[in-house]
Design a binder for this molecule. Structure first.
Ligand code: ADP
Ligand code: MG
Length: 455
């Protein structure tokens, strides 16, 4: 039976930022809800008061349902109740509470989403190195089983929804199962900053340091959000050194490599670069199909090959969205009373969705707009030809991408036919200099293309 506590934890971990849910709203209205059971495809949540129930229903229900869908769960609706209404669900509540009683979770294990394991992770060209490095770290944390100490720290980077958090939780789950005596601590940059700030305010810096220094494995997710705040990076630097010297394992993730995290102090950056840096790229079609199949097996659902193919084709750069689309399709079929979805249903369910959020510009938009402006072909701007006009258009597109989007330079290189990141830096800097020197053509091109992108 579905572990609803775990499901709820997953919802809570991704809900901030969805449709106006901020950290304050979350901590007042959503964090206080308790998952009780499931009935008719709805997760039943207990609210502490009638008012809380009302507010959630009025303001946060859509966001919670959206976050539920994003977990890939087949449960896509909620029903908020108060204590007095519990009787209506007595049977289901009993069923679900017995499941939770069966296996008392160990402390370490509690931090981790149980579905995020190495077994549930599909391996392909784009994540092979990151997967094996993470597995290696989980099997022998701190000390690599190869001859050199190459895995400490392990630094995993890649775009949103490509499995970084999944790998961290896999390490956590693996160690909790196989080496329960080890202390593993998972945190995000945001939690770490909050912890630092409140420790500082309440004069508990000693406790802060002890907490992070006393673990066997420290994992920090989304390190790119680490801010330049007096004392913060210094404290982390010392914790980091202590752990490292004591042979403890450190694992970090980020959306870009250390050298591109501008807010990072140099000494911390060079520590981050000292171990193994592994990137995760976007999955190719075969891998996306494999991910859908794995998810189907896990959720015990049936979907025809043509539908699988359609879903996989439609979403090519974010696995979270890929899973969300699968859930949406299955849910639509259920709504229509069909045993499983056909292609028509799939189109209806997700034709309007695309990996791109409305109003958000991506690298392809910039490349397309640049091509339109200079009246050149996309294959030429990406390709190898070096005529003056093409080279200039290419450099402008590269400049605009670095200027407008937060994409790692290496990935930009990939967008332009696998060019080296130094080439990207060169292009960016060249246009930057020409803009500063007031080159009129370049200035007009950059402004016009930016305007084209606004429409
Ligand atoms: P990130 O932290 O990189 O933004 P997540 O780890 O949160 O991404 O992954 C997003 C979703 O995609 C999760 O539900 C995760 O289980 C799933 N996912 C990512 N990569 C894989 C993979 N290789 N195989 C199976 N599922 C994956
Ligand atoms: Mg993540």
């Amino acid at each position: 039976m579905l572990d609803i506590k775990n499901l709820w934890k997953e919802v809570c971990s991704t809900i901030i930022g969805i449709e106006g849910v901020n950290a304050v709203a979350y901590s007042i209205w959503i964090d206080s809800l308790i998952p009780l059971c499931v009935k008719d495809n709805s997760l039943i949540l207990l609210a502490p008061s009638l008012n809380n129930k009302k507010i959630v229903n009025e303001k946060y229900k859509d966001a919670i349902c959206e976050s539920l869908t994003r977990t890939g769960s087949m449960i896509t609706n909620i029903n908020v109740i108060i204590e007095q209404e519990k009787d209506l669900y007595a049977e289901e509540i009993k069923e679900y509470s017995e499941v939770t009683k069966e296996k008392p979770p160990v402390d370490t294990k509690l931090q981790f989403i149980s579905r995020y394991t190495f077994d549930n992770f599909v391996i392909g060209d784009s994540n092979n190195l990151a997967y094996h490095a993470a597995l290696n770290v989980a099997q022998s944390p701190g000390v690599s089983n190869t001859n050199y100490l190459g895995f400490n720290p392990l630094f995993i980077y890649g775009g949103v929804g490509l499995g970084k958090t999944h790998l961290l939780h896999s390490i956590g789950n693996y160690i909790a199962d196989n080496m329960p005596e080890l202390k593993v601590l998972y945190t995000t940059s945001e939690q770490l900053i909050n912890d630092f700030v409140s420790s500082l305010a309440s004069n508990k810096m000693v406790a802060f340091r002890t907490k992070y220094r006393s673990v066997d494995v420290l994992m920090i997710d989304d390190i790119q959000f680490l801010k330049k705040r007096t004392g913060l990076q210094e404290a982390i630097f010392h914790i980091f050194n202590d752990l490292y010297l004591n042979g403890k394992q450190i694992v970090l993730t980020s959306d870009r490599p250390p050298k591109e995290i501008e807010t990072l102090e140099d000494r911390l950056r060079s520590r981050f670069e000292a171990g193994l840096i592994a990137d995760i790229g976007a999955p190719n079609l075969d891998m996306r199909i494999a991910i859908i199949r794995k998810k189907m097996a896990f959720e015990k659902i049936t979907v025809n090959d043509d539908v699988i193919y359609y879903i996989a084709e439609k979403c090519d750069s974010n696995i979270r969205e890929l899973e969300g689309n699968l859930s949406r399709v299955v849910f639509y079929a259920k709504l229509k009373g069909l045993p499983y979805p056909d292609l028509e249903i799939a189109k209806e369910a997700i034709s309007h969705t695309s990996t791109k959020k409305q109003g958000v510009i991506d690298s392809q938009d910039i490349i397309n707009a640049t091509c339109n402006y200079f009246k050149i072909n996309k294959s030429d701007i990406i390709g190898k030809k070096k005529t003056k006009d093409l080279a200039e258009a290419r450099m402008i597109a590269i400049y605009l991408i670095t200027d407008m989007l937060a994409i790692p330079l290496v990935s930009i290189g990939q967008l332009f036919g696998g060019r080296d990141h130094t080439t990207i830096i060169h292009a960016r800097d060249k246009i930057h200099t020409q803009l500063q020197e007031g080159n009129p053509q370049i200035k007009r091109a950059v402004e016009d293309i930016k305007n084209m992108l606004k429409d």
